[in-house]
Design a protein around this ligand. Structure first.
Ligand code: GLN
Length: 234
């Protein structure tokens, strides 16, 4: 494998935070999704088998999973941000995202300014939580913090919160499967996802190098578009 050693020999261990459909979720006893297909491109190149480790999102963004050698890389629909770049090494961007707002269908809510005195679900440790926090005072909503995506979107469905903020890709996916909910706004936060690894580590740097190469090839030869179509249907 070109001098690359991994946390678990023969495997490329990948930390993620389940469930974040369609990027990573369980189906028929296996973790699948857009992110899994992307890391598989690199794993194949290196002759390694992807092994998924499910862990708290903040363990990933702080780099704790790498200092503890829990995994070789992390793929978690994770936005590349300046603070996170201080803690972890990022691959080239592989997906564009923006924050969005999910409500019950026909709620009349059109944006954060419709939420005065109402409850907004946010996911802990995410850029969505950060955006909601920044805009809370001006819009006068109460934030309810959830540990993962399904808890937040199902709270919208059940009427326990009036809206939930999260990345556009996952919210459109949920709304497609749950027509009693809809995406009513996007906030143009201009985010890009990156795969993470240990910072200042020659081995991790080599793995990310392989991943960047595999990504560039996949963008050129149509594989990226195929993966995109598979999970987003367009
Ligand atoms: N892209 C968002 C972030 O990085 C959400 C990621 C996630 O919840 N898995 O904060």
């Amino acid at each position: 494998t070109g001098g690359i050693t991994t946390v678990s020999s023969g495997n490329l261990t990948v930390c993620t935070h389940l469930t974040y459909k369609p990027f990573e979720f369980n189906q028929d006893g296996q973790t699948v999704g857009f992110d899994i297909d992307i890391v598989n491109l690199a794993a194949k190149e290196m002759g390694l088998t992807v092994q998924v480790v499910d862990i708290d999102f903040e363990q990933i963004t702080t780099g704790a999973v790498f200092t503890a050698n829990r995994c070789d890389i992390a793929a978690a629909g994770m936005t590349i941000t300046e603070p996170r770049k201080q803690a972890i090494l990022f691959s080239d961007p592989y997906f564009d995202a923006t924050q969005a707002l999910l409500t019950k269908t026909g709620s009349g809510i059109t944006g954060l300014d419709s939420l005065r005195g109402k409850r907004l679900g946010v996911q802990t440790g995410t850029t969505g939580q950060e955006y909601a926090t920044k805009n809370a005072e001006a819009n006068g909503y109460e934030m309810v913090v959830f540990d993962d995506l399904p808890l937040g979107v199902n709270a919208v469905k059940a009427g326990r919160v009036d809206a939930a903020i999260n990345d556009n890709g996952v919210l459109y996916d949920f709304a497609k499967d749950n027509p009693d909910t809809e995406v009513v706004a996007e906030f143009d936060t201009g985010e890009q996802y990156g795969i993470g690894a240990k910072k200042d580590d020659a081995n991790a740097t080599a793995i990310i190098g392989k991943l960047n190469e595999a990504l560039a090839t996949a963008r050129q030869d149509g594989t990226y578009d195929e993966i995109y179509k598979k999970w987003f249907g367009t």
